[in-house]
Ligand binder design. Structure first.
Ligand code: SAH
Length: 225
């Protein structure tokens, strides 16, 4: 499932993800078509492989099928005008895809605790004219901070994506969800990690659904050096 979707161009990668059922909706397909993964991956050679790749600072750009899965899960809350928080934004790739999904009236904040990665994400996005426009207008913002605390300045959010494995269900994150709102988060349980979809219902109650096993970089303390 993971590797057979690889392509030789952005278009063929997205087409293969779609053909293999990893992208299910037209909206996600369109948004991923608009963001060239080569602008975010460390080398052009592997940019269209359906695999994670190291981007420095012990971080990785996640595999395209994981990006697709996150978008598909959050999709009902990624309507035009929605507000999104992307925690552990790393390369900035998924932040850019979310921005395309919520349109010019929506806003996306990408947060990472490593300043060079905050800078890298903005540099990657600025490689395209559309990306530059989103940064200039403030539709997309990359900030430095501890994502375990969310980003209260722009809360509440329709959707929160967590791109690193949390050691526990962080209360502050579900508090920053709108009602209704949804969070996609990998959570560590012993030696394994699972994706959870956390739904805040209209009445404010929380429901957690455990999906499949994954392997993400952990959500940690910032390096002291
Ligand atoms: N979605 C990103 C994933 C990057 S890897 C992408 O596909 O490019 C996970 C990221 O989480 C790393 O960039 C790492 O620096 C960041 N991270 C880890 N712990 C964090 C924390 N406590 N707060 C914010 N970011 C964190």
């Amino acid at each position: 499932m993971a590797w057979r979707s690889s392509g030789t161009s952005n278009e063929s990668l997205i087409t293969n993800l779609s053909r293999n059922g990893l992208i299910r909706s037209e909206r996600v397909k369109e948004a991923m078509m608009k963001v060239d993964r080569a602008h975010y991956a460390p080398s052009h050679r592997d940019a269209y492989e359906d695999s994670p790749q190291p981007i420095g600072h012990h971080a990785t750009i996640s595999a395209p099928h994981m990006h697709a899965s996150a978008c598909e899960s959050l999709l009902p809350h990624l309507h035009p005008g929605a507000r999104v928080l992307d925690i552990g934004s790393g390369s900035g790739y998924l932040t850019a895809v979310f921005a395309n999904l919520v349109g010019p009236s929506g806003t996306v904040v990408g947060i990472d605790h490593i300043q060079p990665l905050v800078d890298l994400a903005a540099q990657n996005m600025a490689k395209s004219e559309a990306g530059r426009a989103m940064l200039d207008s403030g539709q997309v913002e990359f900030v430095k901070g501890d994502g375990r605390k969310g980003w209260a300045e722009a809360a509440p959010y329709d959707a929160i994506h967590v791109g690193a494995a949390a050691a526990e269900h962080h209360e502050e994150l579900s508090e920053q969800l709108k009602a209704p709102g949804r969070m996609f988060v990998p959570v560590e349980e012993g030696n394994v990690q699972h994706i959870y979809v956390v739904d805040k219902k209209e009445d404010g109650s929380i429901e957690k659904e455990k999906l499949y096993g994954v392997r993400y970089v952990p959500l940690t303390d910032a390096p002291s050096a």
